[in-house]
Design a protein. Structure first.
Length: 100
């Protein structure tokens, strides 16, 4: 191959490696975000001493329009993590070990 082609190929390979690292980091951050979000929701429910039935009633009332929509509340709008949501608990367990 030509020298130019070799250089471009090497640059392309390095860029792919960096992309793969950033993709992995993005997925890891999405998992941490979801985990923290779930922890905070759990703490809020526990702080109110809600039973599962009471929580279900509150959520049903929310869906029925008895409360303002969360999207209309101040501070609404979390980062787009839905596309990165997976149910990979092994990543969560690894993150917990790193934080300990």
């Amino acid at each position: 191959m030509s020298e130019k082609l070799d250089k471009i190929g090497a640059d392309r390979d390095r860029a792919k490696e960096k992309r793969d690292l950033w993709d992995a980091r993005y997925k890891e951050l999405c998992q941490k975000y979801i985990q923290q979000e779930n922890t905070e929701i759990h703490e809020m429910v526990r702080a109110q001493n809600l039973t599962p039935d009471q929580l279900a009633a509150v959520l049903k009332a929310l869906q029925g329009g008895m409360f303002p929509s969360p999207a209309a509340m101040p501070g609404a709008g979390a980062p787009d993590t839905l596309s990165g949501r997976g149910n990979n608990t092994s990543e969560i367990k690894e993150d917990e070990q790193d934080e300990v």
